[in-house]
Ligand binder design. Structure first.
Ligand SMILES: Cc1cc2nc3c(=O)[nH]c(=O)nc-3n(C[C@H](O)[C@H](O)[C@H](O)COP(=O)(O)OP(=O)(O)OC[C@H]3O[C@@H](n4cnc5c(N)ncnc54)[C@H](O)[C@@H]3O)c2cc1C
Length: 304
């Protein structure tokens, strides 16, 4: 017979890890299912807005989260992808992954977001052969090379800043008339000697042979070509909510929650970037993860 947990937490980013720490301290019978540990926090460059750390890199902060998580005896199902979440009878939820099936009386969806694709010719072909979505992970591969960062928001600026210290030349290809990211980061970009900002510019295609060698760009009514060996796509994120078909989401695919992290299905809660809670930040995701766990704990107490 399949074991029925009190709680299943989907995702081990800041929201899921914090929920797990709270659940462990409440001695709940739970497991965490996740593709990785750390989530987007591990891809962040420099984090300067997590209270208590005036400065910490994303990977360092993610390692601290993991260390805290592993202090407890947690049933961690690593490297598993949840493919469906369904409500069964008698208030039991069925969570199916690419490897197994699990059941619980409550679930916290903390599956965060993933990078949006550009959708231009060459993107799929050159993925991991010059096309990447993570400057923190792949940036060091482009030492002394010319690279393009596509986007103009905070993620793009963060990637561009990281690459100014690694690459020879950094093009920032922004489709809007102005950079939309934070002023502090924008000023740092403008002051960097090896950055070329192209506003109002659209990537038309990514070109190459066995690896990327350039970009075709629509700029000022003309098509230009630039030579680059790396392309970092930083045009935003989409919520990882597709597996939760019965859950109500907003137009952006973000799971709708109330102030107690409750979704439309009793017993299913959600926290962090995957939700419609405004502002996607590590500290907010962590706080929401704590709240979601406490709400699940209260929900289970009422059921018993
Ligand atoms: C480049 C970059 C820089 C950033 N810089 C900052 C910063 O300086 N300060 C700041 O506060 N915030 C920053 N952020 C935002 C911050 O990282 C996020 O707000 C935060 O990580 C959200 O946490 P989360 O737990 O909700 O989701 P995520 O961090 O996205 O974690 C989601 C987790 O769920 C797992 N998962 C996803 N789908 C499934 C599935 N189907 N099955 C199983 N597991 C799944 C993932 O593997 C991951 O472990 C940055 C983000 C990026 C991308």
């Amino acid at each position: 017979m399949t074991k029925i947990y009190d709680l299943i937490i989907i995702g081990a980013g800041p929201a899921g890890i914090t929920a797990a720490v709270y659940a462990a301290r409440k001695r709940m019978d739970f497991c965490v299912i996740s593709k990785d540990i750390g989530g987007q926090a591990a891809w962040s460059g420099n984090v300067e807005n997590y209270t208590g750390y005036q400065f910490v890199t994303g990977p360092e902060l993610a390692a601290k989260f993991e260390e805290h998580l592993r202090r407890y005896q947690i049933d961690l199902k690593e490297e598993q992808e949840v493919v469906s979440l369904k409500r069964r009878d008698k208030g039991v939820m069925a969570v199916r992954t690419d490897k197994a099936q699990y059941e619980a009386r409550s679930v916290i969806i903390a599956s965060g977001k993933r990078s949006k694709e550009l959708g231009v010719p060459g993107e799929k072909e050159f993925k991991n052969r010059g096309v990447t979505y993570c400057a923190t992970c792949d940036g060091p591969l482009f030492g002394g090379k010319d690279v393009a960062i596509v986007g103009g928001g905070n993620s793009a600026l963060d990637a561009a800043l990281q690459m100014t210290r690694i690459a020879r030349r950094v093009y920032l290809i922004n489709s809007f008339p102005q950079i939309t990211g934070d002023a502090v980061m924008r000023d740092k970009i403008m002051a960097a000697p090896n950055v070329i900002v192209m506003n109002d510019a659209r990537v038309l295609a990514i070109t190459g042979d066995s690896f990327v060698n350039g970009l075709a760009i629509g700029h000022g009514g003309q098509e230009n070509k630039i030579e680059v060996q790396g392309v970092f796509i930083e045009i935003g994120l989409v919520p990882n909510s597709g597996f939760a078909e019965e859950i109500v989401a907003n137009d952006f695919g973000e799971v709708k929650v109330d102030c107690k992290n409750r979704t439309n299905i009793p017993g299913i809660f959600a926290a962090g970037d995957v939700t419609n809670v405004p502002e996607k930040q590590i500290i907010i995701a962590a706080g929401e993860g704590a709240k979601a766990c406490l709400s699940a704990f209260r929900y289970l107490a009422q059921q018993k």
